[in-house]
Design a protein around this ligand. Structure first.
Ligand code: ADP
Length: 465
Protein backbone atom coordinates (compact mmCIF):
# COMPACT_ATOMS: atom_id res chain seq x y z
CA UNK A 1 0.00 0.00 0.00
CA UNK A 2 1.35 3.40 -0.91
CA UNK A 3 0.62 6.45 1.22
CA UNK A 4 -0.63 9.29 -0.97
CA UNK A 5 1.59 12.33 -0.82
CA UNK A 6 -0.58 15.37 -1.52
CA UNK A 7 1.07 17.87 0.75
CA UNK A 8 0.93 21.62 0.05
CA UNK A 9 3.42 23.80 1.86
CA UNK A 10 5.40 22.05 4.55
CA UNK A 11 4.69 22.89 8.18
CA UNK A 12 8.21 24.24 8.69
CA UNK A 13 7.78 26.62 5.75
CA UNK A 14 4.41 27.80 7.05
CA UNK A 15 5.84 28.40 10.54
CA UNK A 16 8.87 30.22 9.14
CA UNK A 17 6.73 32.46 6.92
CA UNK A 18 4.37 33.13 9.81
CA UNK A 19 6.91 34.25 12.38
CA UNK A 20 9.01 36.10 9.79
CA UNK A 21 5.91 38.03 8.81
CA UNK A 22 5.07 38.87 12.43
CA UNK A 23 8.66 39.80 13.14
CA UNK A 24 8.67 42.14 10.15
CA UNK A 25 5.41 43.68 11.30
CA UNK A 26 6.54 44.22 14.90
CA UNK A 27 10.04 45.42 14.06
CA UNK A 28 8.77 47.61 11.21
CA UNK A 29 6.16 49.28 13.44
CA UNK A 30 8.62 49.75 16.30
CA UNK A 31 11.25 51.17 13.98
CA UNK A 32 8.74 53.44 12.22
CA UNK A 33 7.65 54.88 15.56
CA UNK A 34 11.22 55.23 16.73
CA UNK A 35 12.29 56.96 13.55
CA UNK A 36 9.46 59.49 13.55
CA UNK A 37 10.11 60.31 17.22
CA UNK A 38 13.84 60.45 16.70
CA UNK A 39 13.49 62.84 13.74
CA UNK A 40 11.68 65.37 15.95
CA UNK A 41 14.11 64.64 18.76
CA UNK A 42 17.14 65.38 16.58
CA UNK A 43 15.70 68.68 15.37
CA UNK A 44 14.75 69.90 18.83
CA UNK A 45 18.20 68.86 20.14
CA UNK A 46 19.77 70.94 17.35
CA UNK A 47 17.67 73.93 18.39
CA UNK A 48 18.69 73.54 22.03
CA UNK A 49 22.35 73.29 21.04
CA UNK A 50 21.99 76.45 18.98
CA UNK A 51 20.40 78.36 21.88
CA UNK A 52 23.05 77.15 24.32
CA UNK A 53 25.97 77.89 21.99
CA UNK A 54 24.71 81.42 21.39
CA UNK A 55 24.09 82.00 25.10
CA UNK A 56 27.51 80.61 26.05
CA UNK A 57 29.24 82.74 23.46
CA UNK A 58 28.42 85.89 25.47
CA UNK A 59 31.37 84.97 27.67
CA UNK A 60 33.68 85.29 24.72
CA UNK A 61 32.72 88.93 24.14
CA UNK A 62 33.91 91.82 26.31
CA UNK A 63 34.56 95.51 26.16
CA UNK A 64 38.03 96.60 27.12
CA UNK A 65 38.69 100.33 27.40
CA UNK A 66 35.94 101.03 24.86
CA UNK A 67 37.22 98.43 22.42
CA UNK A 68 35.24 95.29 21.58
CA UNK A 69 37.16 92.10 22.24
CA UNK A 70 36.08 88.70 20.94
CA UNK A 71 37.85 85.45 21.85
CA UNK A 72 39.04 83.26 19.02
CA UNK A 73 36.62 80.51 20.20
CA UNK A 74 33.75 82.66 18.81
CA UNK A 75 35.16 82.27 15.35
CA UNK A 76 35.47 78.52 15.41
CA UNK A 77 32.53 76.47 14.13
CA UNK A 78 31.58 73.84 16.66
CA UNK A 79 28.75 71.34 16.09
CA UNK A 80 27.97 73.03 12.73
CA UNK A 81 26.91 76.20 14.50
CA UNK A 82 28.18 79.42 12.96
CA UNK A 83 28.33 82.53 15.16
CA UNK A 84 28.32 86.12 14.02
CA UNK A 85 28.29 89.41 15.89
CA UNK A 86 26.26 92.47 14.85
CA UNK A 87 25.81 95.96 16.14
CA UNK A 88 22.35 97.43 16.68
CA UNK A 89 22.21 98.56 13.07
CA UNK A 90 22.71 95.00 11.87
CA UNK A 91 26.24 95.72 10.82
CA UNK A 92 28.41 92.59 10.88
CA UNK A 93 31.23 93.12 13.32
CA UNK A 94 32.76 89.73 13.59
CA UNK A 95 32.20 86.02 13.00
CA UNK A 96 31.27 83.59 10.23
CA UNK A 97 28.25 83.10 8.03
CA UNK A 98 27.78 79.62 6.56
CA UNK A 99 28.34 79.16 2.87
CA UNK A 100 25.05 79.45 0.96
CA UNK A 101 23.27 81.52 3.63
CA UNK A 102 22.63 84.70 1.71
CA UNK A 103 19.45 85.88 3.31
CA UNK A 104 20.16 88.42 5.94
CA UNK A 105 17.01 88.36 8.06
CA UNK A 106 16.26 91.18 10.48
CA UNK A 107 17.70 90.75 13.95
CA UNK A 108 15.00 89.45 16.27
CA UNK A 109 16.12 89.19 19.82
CA UNK A 110 15.49 85.79 21.41
CA UNK A 111 13.59 84.43 18.42
CA UNK A 112 14.59 81.05 16.98
CA UNK A 113 13.17 80.63 13.49
CA UNK A 114 13.59 78.66 10.35
CA UNK A 115 14.86 80.49 7.31
CA UNK A 116 14.40 78.79 3.98
CA UNK A 117 16.47 79.39 0.88
CA UNK A 118 15.49 77.18 -2.03
CA UNK A 119 15.91 73.61 -0.85
CA UNK A 120 18.11 74.68 2.08
CA UNK A 121 16.74 75.47 5.51
CA UNK A 122 18.46 77.08 8.45
CA UNK A 123 17.75 77.70 12.12
CA UNK A 124 18.61 81.24 13.00
CA UNK A 125 18.75 82.51 16.56
CA UNK A 126 19.59 86.07 17.60
CA UNK A 127 20.41 87.21 21.10
CA UNK A 128 21.10 90.77 22.19
CA UNK A 129 23.88 91.28 24.66
CA UNK A 130 24.34 94.44 26.61
CA UNK A 131 27.96 95.28 27.29
CA UNK A 132 29.19 97.87 29.73
CA UNK A 133 28.59 101.52 28.97
CA UNK A 134 25.22 100.67 27.38
CA UNK A 135 26.79 99.16 24.29
CA UNK A 136 24.46 96.56 22.78
CA UNK A 137 25.51 93.83 20.35
CA UNK A 138 23.61 91.01 18.74
CA UNK A 139 24.91 87.48 18.56
CA UNK A 140 23.48 85.43 15.73
CA UNK A 141 23.78 81.64 15.60
CA UNK A 142 23.05 79.79 12.36
CA UNK A 143 22.85 76.07 11.92
CA UNK A 144 21.87 74.08 8.84
CA UNK A 145 18.66 72.07 9.28
CA UNK A 146 19.57 69.95 6.21
CA UNK A 147 22.84 68.84 7.76
CA UNK A 148 21.14 67.89 11.02
CA UNK A 149 18.64 65.87 9.02
CA UNK A 150 21.38 64.38 6.82
CA UNK A 151 23.13 62.97 9.89
CA UNK A 152 19.85 61.42 10.91
CA UNK A 153 19.21 60.13 7.36
CA UNK A 154 22.45 58.11 7.59
CA UNK A 155 21.09 56.45 10.73
CA UNK A 156 17.78 55.72 8.91
CA UNK A 157 19.60 54.19 5.93
CA UNK A 158 21.72 52.11 8.26
CA UNK A 159 18.58 50.85 10.01
CA UNK A 160 16.90 50.08 6.68
CA UNK A 161 19.80 47.85 5.68
CA UNK A 162 20.16 46.32 9.10
CA UNK A 163 16.46 45.49 9.56
CA UNK A 164 15.96 43.28 6.45
CA UNK A 165 19.31 41.57 7.13
CA UNK A 166 18.20 40.92 10.68
CA UNK A 167 14.84 39.55 9.48
CA UNK A 168 16.58 37.28 6.92
CA UNK A 169 19.00 36.04 9.59
CA UNK A 170 16.19 35.33 12.05
CA UNK A 171 14.14 33.60 9.31
CA UNK A 172 17.12 31.42 8.41
CA UNK A 173 17.90 30.49 12.03
CA UNK A 174 14.17 29.98 12.68
CA UNK A 175 13.79 27.73 9.65
CA UNK A 176 16.71 25.57 10.73
CA UNK A 177 15.42 25.34 14.29
CA UNK A 178 11.90 24.46 13.11
CA UNK A 179 13.32 21.85 10.75
CA UNK A 180 15.33 20.35 13.58
CA UNK A 181 12.32 20.39 15.89
CA UNK A 182 10.04 18.82 13.28
CA UNK A 183 12.58 16.21 12.20
CA UNK A 184 10.92 13.46 14.29
CA UNK A 185 7.57 14.21 12.55
CA UNK A 186 9.23 13.80 9.14
CA UNK A 187 10.87 10.60 10.31
CA UNK A 188 7.55 9.33 11.64
CA UNK A 189 5.94 9.88 8.22
CA UNK A 190 8.84 8.14 6.46
CA UNK A 191 8.70 5.23 8.90
CA UNK A 192 4.95 4.76 8.38
CA UNK A 193 5.41 4.96 4.59
CA UNK A 194 8.14 2.31 4.69
CA UNK A 195 6.02 0.07 6.94
CA UNK A 196 3.10 0.45 4.52
CA UNK A 197 5.35 -0.45 1.60
CA UNK A 198 7.15 -3.48 3.00
CA UNK A 199 5.32 -4.30 6.24
CA UNK A 200 8.56 -4.27 8.24
CA UNK A 201 7.45 -3.58 11.81
CA UNK A 202 11.02 -3.60 13.12
CA UNK A 203 11.49 -0.05 11.76
CA UNK A 204 11.72 2.74 14.35
CA UNK A 205 11.52 6.54 14.20
CA UNK A 206 14.57 7.08 16.41
CA UNK A 207 17.71 5.04 16.46
CA UNK A 208 19.63 4.35 19.67
CA UNK A 209 22.25 7.07 18.99
CA UNK A 210 19.57 9.70 18.58
CA UNK A 211 17.79 8.62 21.74
CA UNK A 212 20.83 9.57 23.79
CA UNK A 213 21.71 12.69 21.84
CA UNK A 214 18.46 14.63 21.60
CA UNK A 215 16.90 16.45 24.54
CA UNK A 216 13.29 15.52 25.13
CA UNK A 217 10.46 17.81 24.00
CA UNK A 218 6.79 17.21 23.09
CA UNK A 219 7.58 16.05 19.54
CA UNK A 220 10.40 13.72 20.55
CA UNK A 221 8.07 12.36 23.24
CA UNK A 222 5.49 11.69 20.50
CA UNK A 223 8.17 9.89 18.44
CA UNK A 224 9.08 7.81 21.52
CA UNK A 225 5.42 6.91 22.07
CA UNK A 226 5.12 5.97 18.40
CA UNK A 227 8.22 3.76 18.65
CA UNK A 228 6.75 2.17 21.78
CA UNK A 229 3.52 1.43 19.91
CA UNK A 230 5.46 -0.12 17.02
CA UNK A 231 7.43 -2.28 19.45
CA UNK A 232 4.19 -3.55 21.01
CA UNK A 233 2.64 -4.20 17.61
CA UNK A 234 5.72 -6.09 16.50
CA UNK A 235 5.65 -8.12 19.72
CA UNK A 236 1.98 -9.03 19.14
CA UNK A 237 2.57 -9.97 15.51
CA UNK A 238 5.57 -12.09 16.45
CA UNK A 239 3.50 -13.78 19.14
CA UNK A 240 0.73 -14.44 16.62
CA UNK A 241 3.20 -15.91 14.13
CA UNK A 242 4.74 -18.11 16.84
CA UNK A 243 1.25 -19.19 17.85
CA UNK A 244 0.32 -20.14 14.26
CA UNK A 245 3.55 -22.03 13.86
CA UNK A 246 3.19 -23.84 17.24
CA UNK A 247 -0.46 -24.77 16.66
CA UNK A 248 0.30 -26.09 13.17
CA UNK A 249 3.13 -28.18 14.59
CA UNK A 250 0.91 -29.58 17.34
CA UNK A 251 -1.88 -30.45 14.85
CA UNK A 252 0.36 -32.22 12.38
CA UNK A 253 0.73 -35.46 14.36
CA UNK A 254 -2.97 -35.93 15.35
CA UNK A 255 -4.04 -35.33 11.73
CA UNK A 256 -1.49 -37.85 10.44
CA UNK A 257 -2.79 -40.35 13.02
CA UNK A 258 -6.38 -39.70 11.89
CA UNK A 259 -5.46 -40.34 8.25
CA UNK A 260 -3.51 -43.50 9.12
CA UNK A 261 -6.39 -44.80 11.26
CA UNK A 262 -8.88 -44.12 8.48
CA UNK A 263 -6.64 -46.10 6.11
CA UNK A 264 -6.54 -49.03 8.50
CA UNK A 265 -10.31 -48.96 9.09
CA UNK A 266 -10.95 -48.97 5.33
CA UNK A 267 -9.06 -52.28 5.06
CA UNK A 268 -11.71 -53.92 7.25
CA UNK A 269 -13.88 -55.94 4.85
CA UNK A 270 -16.85 -56.16 7.26
CA UNK A 271 -17.66 -52.40 6.83
CA UNK A 272 -21.04 -51.52 5.42
CA UNK A 273 -21.16 -49.12 2.45
CA UNK A 274 -22.46 -46.36 4.67
CA UNK A 275 -19.64 -46.82 7.22
CA UNK A 276 -17.06 -46.87 4.40
CA UNK A 277 -18.48 -43.66 2.95
CA UNK A 278 -18.33 -41.97 6.36
CA UNK A 279 -14.71 -43.01 6.94
CA UNK A 280 -13.77 -41.86 3.44
CA UNK A 281 -15.30 -38.47 4.21
CA UNK A 282 -13.33 -38.25 7.47
CA UNK A 283 -10.11 -39.12 5.58
CA UNK A 284 -10.84 -36.49 2.90
CA UNK A 285 -11.37 -33.80 5.55
CA UNK A 286 -8.22 -34.90 7.41
CA UNK A 287 -6.28 -34.59 4.14
CA UNK A 288 -7.62 -31.05 3.66
CA UNK A 289 -6.57 -30.22 7.22
CA UNK A 290 -3.13 -31.67 6.57
CA UNK A 291 -2.75 -29.49 3.44
CA UNK A 292 -3.77 -26.35 5.30
CA UNK A 293 -1.40 -27.19 8.16
CA UNK A 294 1.52 -27.68 5.79
CA UNK A 295 0.72 -24.36 4.03
CA UNK A 296 0.47 -22.59 7.38
CA UNK A 297 3.77 -24.04 8.49
CA UNK A 298 5.37 -22.93 5.23
CA UNK A 299 4.14 -19.33 5.66
CA UNK A 300 5.06 -19.29 9.37
CA UNK A 301 8.59 -20.42 8.52
CA UNK A 302 8.74 -17.79 5.74
CA UNK A 303 7.61 -15.06 8.18
CA UNK A 304 10.22 -16.04 10.71
CA UNK A 305 12.92 -16.17 8.02
CA UNK A 306 13.33 -19.89 8.60
CA UNK A 307 12.12 -21.11 5.21
CA UNK A 308 15.21 -22.38 3.47
CA UNK A 309 15.84 -21.80 -0.23
CA UNK A 310 18.30 -24.02 -2.06
CA UNK A 311 18.87 -22.45 -5.44
CA UNK A 312 20.57 -24.49 -8.10
CA UNK A 313 20.95 -24.35 -11.84
CA UNK A 314 17.88 -26.17 -13.19
CA UNK A 315 16.27 -26.81 -16.54
CA UNK A 316 13.01 -25.09 -15.65
CA UNK A 317 11.50 -25.85 -19.07
CA UNK A 318 11.57 -29.53 -18.10
CA UNK A 319 10.25 -28.82 -14.59
CA UNK A 320 7.37 -26.82 -16.04
CA UNK A 321 6.50 -29.50 -18.59
CA UNK A 322 6.53 -32.21 -15.88
CA UNK A 323 4.23 -30.16 -13.64
CA UNK A 324 1.83 -29.49 -16.53
CA UNK A 325 1.85 -33.20 -17.39
CA UNK A 326 1.03 -34.10 -13.77
CA UNK A 327 -1.95 -31.73 -13.81
CA UNK A 328 -3.18 -33.12 -17.14
CA UNK A 329 -3.23 -36.51 -15.45
CA UNK A 330 -4.84 -35.29 -12.20
CA UNK A 331 -7.50 -33.29 -14.04
CA UNK A 332 -8.40 -36.25 -16.22
CA UNK A 333 -8.54 -38.46 -13.12
CA UNK A 334 -10.89 -36.06 -11.38
CA UNK A 335 -13.24 -36.34 -14.37
CA UNK A 336 -13.08 -32.65 -15.29
CA UNK A 337 -12.94 -32.01 -19.04
CA UNK A 338 -10.21 -29.43 -19.59
CA UNK A 339 -7.60 -28.74 -22.20
CA UNK A 340 -4.20 -27.85 -20.75
CA UNK A 341 -1.96 -26.37 -23.45
CA UNK A 342 1.55 -25.15 -23.12
CA UNK A 343 4.02 -23.00 -24.99
CA UNK A 344 7.34 -23.67 -23.30
CA UNK A 345 10.64 -22.57 -24.81
CA UNK A 346 12.87 -25.63 -24.35
CA UNK A 347 16.02 -25.75 -22.25
CA UNK A 348 15.62 -22.58 -20.23
CA UNK A 349 17.94 -22.64 -17.25
CA UNK A 350 17.64 -20.58 -14.08
CA UNK A 351 18.84 -20.57 -10.48
CA UNK A 352 15.79 -21.79 -8.58
CA UNK A 353 14.76 -23.94 -5.64
CA UNK A 354 13.21 -27.02 -7.30
CA UNK A 355 10.60 -27.78 -4.63
CA UNK A 356 9.55 -24.15 -4.30
CA UNK A 357 9.33 -23.63 -8.09
CA UNK A 358 7.11 -26.70 -8.49
CA UNK A 359 4.97 -25.58 -5.55
CA UNK A 360 4.52 -22.12 -7.05
CA UNK A 361 3.56 -23.45 -10.48
CA UNK A 362 1.31 -26.16 -8.99
CA UNK A 363 -0.60 -23.56 -6.98
CA UNK A 364 -1.22 -21.45 -10.10
CA UNK A 365 -2.22 -24.41 -12.28
CA UNK A 366 -4.39 -26.01 -9.56
CA UNK A 367 -6.22 -22.67 -9.18
CA UNK A 368 -6.69 -22.46 -12.96
CA UNK A 369 -8.15 -25.99 -12.92
CA UNK A 370 -10.30 -25.39 -9.85
CA UNK A 371 -11.68 -22.03 -11.00
CA UNK A 372 -11.80 -23.14 -14.65
CA UNK A 373 -15.01 -23.97 -16.51
CA UNK A 374 -16.02 -27.43 -17.67
CA UNK A 375 -14.61 -27.93 -21.20
CA UNK A 376 -12.49 -24.86 -20.67
CA UNK A 377 -8.82 -24.36 -21.40
CA UNK A 378 -5.65 -23.51 -19.53
CA UNK A 379 -2.52 -22.17 -21.16
CA UNK A 380 0.94 -22.31 -19.58
CA UNK A 381 3.67 -20.23 -21.22
CA UNK A 382 7.37 -20.08 -20.36
CA UNK A 383 9.91 -17.94 -22.19
CA UNK A 384 12.99 -15.84 -21.78
CA UNK A 385 13.03 -12.04 -21.89
CA UNK A 386 16.55 -10.64 -21.68
CA UNK A 387 18.05 -11.97 -18.49
CA UNK A 388 14.64 -12.86 -17.03
CA UNK A 389 12.41 -15.89 -17.13
CA UNK A 390 8.77 -15.01 -17.73
CA UNK A 391 5.88 -17.35 -17.16
CA UNK A 392 2.11 -17.16 -17.60
CA UNK A 393 -0.74 -19.35 -16.39
CA UNK A 394 -3.98 -18.33 -18.09
CA UNK A 395 -7.47 -19.79 -18.03
CA UNK A 396 -10.92 -19.00 -19.39
CA UNK A 397 -12.54 -19.72 -16.05
CA UNK A 398 -14.82 -17.78 -13.72
CA UNK A 399 -12.47 -14.78 -13.43
CA UNK A 400 -12.09 -12.38 -10.52
CA UNK A 401 -14.03 -9.13 -10.07
CA UNK A 402 -12.02 -5.87 -10.04
CA UNK A 403 -13.00 -5.25 -6.36
CA UNK A 404 -11.60 -8.61 -5.32
CA UNK A 405 -8.49 -8.65 -7.49
CA UNK A 406 -6.29 -6.57 -5.13
CA UNK A 407 -7.11 -8.89 -2.18
CA UNK A 408 -6.32 -12.29 -3.67
CA UNK A 409 -2.74 -12.13 -2.35
CA UNK A 410 -3.97 -11.82 1.25
CA UNK A 411 -3.91 -14.86 3.52
CA UNK A 412 -7.18 -16.78 3.83
CA UNK A 413 -8.81 -14.52 1.24
CA UNK A 414 -11.26 -16.37 -0.96
CA UNK A 415 -13.22 -14.42 -3.52
CA UNK A 416 -15.98 -17.00 -3.57
CA UNK A 417 -16.03 -18.69 -0.17
CA UNK A 418 -18.78 -21.07 -1.28
CA UNK A 419 -16.35 -22.71 -3.72
CA UNK A 420 -13.72 -23.66 -1.17
CA UNK A 421 -13.05 -27.43 -1.49
CA UNK A 422 -9.43 -27.99 -0.47
CA UNK A 423 -8.77 -24.35 -1.26
CA UNK A 424 -8.07 -22.40 1.88
CA UNK A 425 -6.88 -19.03 0.57
CA UNK A 426 -3.20 -19.66 1.27
CA UNK A 427 -2.09 -20.66 -2.24
CA UNK A 428 -1.46 -17.23 -3.76
CA UNK A 429 0.33 -15.78 -0.68
CA UNK A 430 2.71 -18.74 -1.02
CA UNK A 431 3.14 -18.07 -4.77
CA UNK A 432 3.96 -14.44 -4.01
CA UNK A 433 6.46 -15.32 -1.32
CA UNK A 434 8.22 -17.91 -3.52
CA UNK A 435 8.48 -15.57 -6.54
CA UNK A 436 9.77 -12.73 -4.36
CA UNK A 437 12.27 -15.07 -2.70
CA UNK A 438 13.63 -15.56 -6.23
CA UNK A 439 13.85 -11.73 -6.60
CA UNK A 440 10.90 -11.81 -8.97
CA UNK A 441 7.44 -10.32 -9.33
CA UNK A 442 3.99 -11.79 -9.84
CA UNK A 443 0.74 -10.15 -10.93
CA UNK A 444 -2.78 -11.09 -11.87
CA UNK A 445 -5.12 -9.82 -14.58
CA UNK A 446 -8.69 -10.95 -14.83
CA UNK A 447 -11.99 -10.26 -16.49
CA UNK A 448 -14.89 -11.41 -14.34
CA UNK A 449 -16.71 -14.28 -16.04
CA UNK A 450 -14.11 -14.58 -18.79
CA UNK A 451 -10.90 -15.81 -17.21
CA UNK A 452 -7.67 -14.90 -15.42
CA UNK A 453 -4.00 -14.60 -16.29
CA UNK A 454 -1.20 -14.86 -13.72
CA UNK A 455 2.22 -13.61 -14.84
CA UNK A 456 5.45 -14.22 -12.98
CA UNK A 457 8.99 -13.24 -13.83
CA UNK A 458 12.34 -13.56 -12.08
CA UNK A 459 15.97 -13.11 -13.02
CA UNK A 460 17.79 -16.16 -14.40
CA UNK A 461 20.68 -15.11 -12.17
CA UNK A 462 24.38 -15.51 -12.41
CA UNK A 463 25.16 -19.17 -12.85
CA UNK A 464 28.63 -18.70 -11.39
CA UNK A 465 27.08 -18.16 -7.96
P1 ADP B 1 -7.42 -20.73 -2.70
O1 ADP B 1 -6.67 -21.76 -1.96
O2 ADP B 1 -8.76 -20.40 -2.14
O3 ADP B 1 -7.46 -20.98 -4.19
P2 ADP B 1 -5.59 -18.75 -3.35
O4 ADP B 1 -4.75 -17.93 -2.44
O5 ADP B 1 -4.88 -19.67 -4.26
O6 ADP B 1 -6.60 -19.47 -2.44
O7 ADP B 1 -6.50 -17.81 -4.18
C1 ADP B 1 -7.21 -16.79 -3.53
C2 ADP B 1 -8.49 -16.46 -4.28
O8 ADP B 1 -8.16 -15.93 -5.57
C3 ADP B 1 -9.33 -17.65 -4.57
O9 ADP B 1 -10.19 -17.93 -3.51
C4 ADP B 1 -10.09 -17.25 -5.81
O10 ADP B 1 -11.22 -16.53 -5.45
C5 ADP B 1 -9.13 -16.33 -6.52
N1 ADP B 1 -8.42 -17.03 -7.60
C6 ADP B 1 -7.18 -17.50 -7.60
N2 ADP B 1 -6.85 -18.04 -8.79
C7 ADP B 1 -7.95 -17.89 -9.58
C8 ADP B 1 -8.26 -18.22 -10.94
N3 ADP B 1 -7.37 -18.83 -11.74
N4 ADP B 1 -9.48 -17.91 -11.40
C9 ADP B 1 -10.38 -17.30 -10.63
N5 ADP B 1 -10.16 -16.95 -9.34
C10 ADP B 1 -8.95 -17.25 -8.82
Amino acid sequence: MKVKDNRGFSLKLKLTVMYTFFMLLVTGTALGLLLSLSSREVLSATQSRLRKRVADSTEEISLNEGELRVDSGFYSVSGDIYLSLYDENQYLLYGKIPYGFYAAPELEDGNLRTVKEGTDAWYVYDLSFRLEEGYVVYIRGIVSVNEAEAGFAVAVRFALILLPSLVILVAFIGYRMTRRTLLPVKKMTQTVQKICENGDLSLRVKDMKEKKKRPSDEITALADTFDGMLARLQENFDREKRFTSDVSHELRTPVSVMMAQCGECLEDGSLTDDQRARILLIRKKAEQMSKIISELLFLARADQGRQEIHREKLNISELTELTVEEYRFLTKKSGKEMEINCEIVPDLYAMVDETLYIRMLSNLISNAVFYGKENGWIKVVLREEGDRICGTVADNGIGISPEELPHIWERFYRADASRQGTHSGLGLPMVKWIVEAHDGTVMAESVYGEGSTFRFSFPKNNFDL
